[in-house]
Design a protein around this ligand. Sequence first.
Ligand code: D5M
Ligand code: FE
Ligand code: ZN
Length: 530
Amino acid sequence: MPLETSSRIVQALARRGYNAEREAVTLIAESATPDLALEAAIETAPEDALVLTADHVREAVESDPLPDPEQVADATPPAASANSGSPPSTNDAPPSNPSVSTGTAGRKSKQDAGAVPDETGGYPAGDRSPQQPVVANDMTGESTGTGAYDEFVGVFRDRYERLSGQLRGRVNHRPADSIEAMGGGADVEMIGLVNDIRSTASGHWLIELEDTTGTFPCLVMKDRDIADLVDELLMDECIAVSGTLADDAGIVFVDAIHFPDVPRTYRPSTADRHVQAALISDVHVGSQEFLADAWSRFADWLHTEDAESVEYLLIAGDMVEGVGVYPNQDEELDIIDIYDQYETFSEHLKEVPGDMEIVMIPGNHDAVRLAEPQPGFDEELREIMSAHDPQIVSNPAMVDVEGVSILMYHGVSLDEVIAELPEEKASYDDPHKAMYQLLKKRHVAPQFGGKTRVAPEERDYLVIDEVPDVFHTGHVHKLGWGKYHNVLAVNSGCWQAQTDFQKSVNIDPDVAHAPILDLDTLDMTVRKFV
Ligand code: D5M
Ligand code: FE
Ligand code: ZN
């Protein structure tokens, strides 16, 4: 394989056990005969060197003069692959700053990537100049939880404090233990986590709310309009009620239910130039159903002029199929070793232009703990995926891309929202509506102890403190998007054809679609690569 691209050089070095400085890769890529330069540099580097430096390359080139680039220029034209939208003219300057880092020198902005050979050996159609996205709440490496009981108490206390803080401006909260002391008939408002929801013998709803002082029963009459909202409630979410205390002060008759919610007047921020992001998820490399051809069509498209504004690729979990995720899953595995799955995923990622910024979070099929928040991949997996220098962060993560805040969350709780809520409020066909519920509850996984596993940490990382401009999830393998109080919710479909399990439960996945988001307008178009 010719070594004309930086990523291939990085790969070739990695196979020989070397990491490399970015500049070393540049020097090799720029040389007239990269293969020879690479061999010579390896010869020159000391046996025990782990990192191939620019000095090694210079030394090698000086001690063993390589052919003059001028003389061999014709033999090594910048290979314009079939994927490349518009090959550069022969007058173009030689590549000077390969956009693939080796992961040894920390992450670098690809802002000055310039027109460099891309991963397929072609040239990107335009000059991408992405900024490095800034992640606000990455908890990778910050995990403190051991699973002890008092840690669960602590995380729920934090949830209550932060979400009740969002409601306090709207209601005059009375603690549970002081409501009992109030006189019957008094107006009362209380903020609490939903501790229990029961229907009474006469069909009314009894909701028990819990705050830091205790619990209090709240009754929603079945014939009130607000009874509809009871359908939306999940255990452990934070709500407020306004109502009247019964004569014996033993129960609140509820007149209104309030959610932390997103203000209707919310105005999202936008990028100040025309730039786009591709929002995808659920690649499932390693599954027999992974759609490699469709993925290549997507990656090829990213190399065309049409996609020159697509400077960011956000991947919301399930990079690989994993092992042992579901019973009998192994029968549908194409690659049985989890590390091999990530190696292959990394190869597919290299098909994506090297000058795009990639952000990824894990999902329930990935090789990190299942309980949320899930930390970003460990060093070994990062190393495997290092060629493209992706930004690997926790699930969930709040990612600022050119001023647009994008909440990335894999989406396991969507199964729960869809199972618990009526069809018209959340369904697999309209996954974005289930996402609206999470925005309304300002929590990505409200219900504890069901499908979603929650790890106790010092704080509840699953609370949505700041309203995002865009909410990006995956997991349910269905494409759907829409706006909730001006926040764009996008569920991004998948790159895995229907599995036997999905067939058995009638899940018809939306495969090989790439939602493309205009960061300057927050308009979205969906590209199909089926
Ligand atoms: O999830 C893909 C979707 O399919 C998601 O809605 C869960 C559901 N799913 C898939 N397999 C199973 C099994 N075996 N049990 C329950 N639910 C399942 P993904 O995370 O990609 O597997
Ligand atoms: Fe998935
Ligand atoms: Zn998933």
